[in-house]
Design a protein around this ligand. Structure first.
Ligand code: MN
Length: 258
């Protein structure tokens, strides 16, 4: 956790845990997140979670339960106590980081209807991307949406470059599939505009160009405006899976985004 820039405090039992939580609150530096081992001495994880939940002055809102063996009813108990995540030990480093990020993004634990974060949901979420599809041809739109949704992704549609820019401003996406030829504003122009804005924001969304006919100079133009990868039409699920993977790797920042 330290290597991710977090400042963890480790304690070995429930009494020390509540003491540490209380003194952090008093200092006005409350913990953002607690990891509770289910098999802790004195109180088990659920009992301690209940104590934390009862303490209304506590600003600690996110609790992650760690267990080495799940039992029937644990999920319901977690929801009842407002526990954000329930993770099986041992935990892989990548699962741990994603679980932390997901827990922090979740609305406050008082919303008990929220789904519980588990190793399974963490891994599912990693594969599921929010994708913006910019494509003017409705037949191609339908085909791409069908394939992407079958792959588990969530897709929004823009019919031209201008709409794509607008939609990107309204919502967060992890990838853009950009048709090169579109009315009003084409894919090159839209990509250029996206990259110009990103200079200020310091981010880089992967953009995959979609082309119907390869034209001389296309590759240079794609690189010039800042596209990460390209796929030729007609698209297929095999081609899409490969190019999405490639675009994510190309666009990936070297440092962890926290
Ligand atoms: Mn087109």
């Amino acid at each position: 956790m330290r290597s991710w820039g977090m400042t963890p405090t480790a304690v070995a039992d429930s009494t020390t845990a509540t003491d540490v939580i209380n003194s952090a609150n008093k200092k006005g530096e409350p913990f953002s997140l607690a990891f509770l081992d289910f098999m802790a001495p004195q109180m088990n994880g659920f009992e301690l979670a209940e104590v934390i939940a009862r303490n209304r002055r506590s600003s600690l809102e996110k609790i992650v339960m760690l267990t080495s063996g799940g039992q029937i009813g644990d999920g319901a108990k977690c929801r009842e106590l407002g526990i954000s995540a329930y993770l099986m030990k041992p935990i892989k480093q990548s699962d741990l980081l994603d679980a932390i990020l997901m827990a922090m993004q979740k609305p406050s634990s008082s919303d008990h209807s929220c789904s519980l974060i588990t190793r399974h949901s963490v891994r599912e979420a990693r594969k599921r991307l929010k994708i913006l599809l910019a494509e003017d041809n409705t037949v191609n739109q339908k085909l791409a949406v069908k394939i992407l949704e079958k792959m588990g992704h969530v897709v929004s549609i823009a019919s031209n470059g201008r709409e794509a820019l607008h939609t990107l401003e309204q919502d967060d996406f992890q990838l853009v599939l950009m048709d090169v030829q579109m009315p009003e504003m084409d894919g090159f122009e839209a990509t250029r505009a996206i990259r110009e804005k990103e200079v200020v924001l310091g981010r880089h969304i992967p953009i995959v160009a979609m082309t119907a006919h390869a034209m001389v100079g296309d590759r240079e133009r794609r690189l010039d405006v800042g596209m990460d990868a390209y796929i030729s039409k007609p698209i297929s699920s095999k081609k899409l899976a490969k190019v999405i993977d490639e675009a994510l790797r190309t666009a990936e920042a070297p440092e962890l985004k926290l």
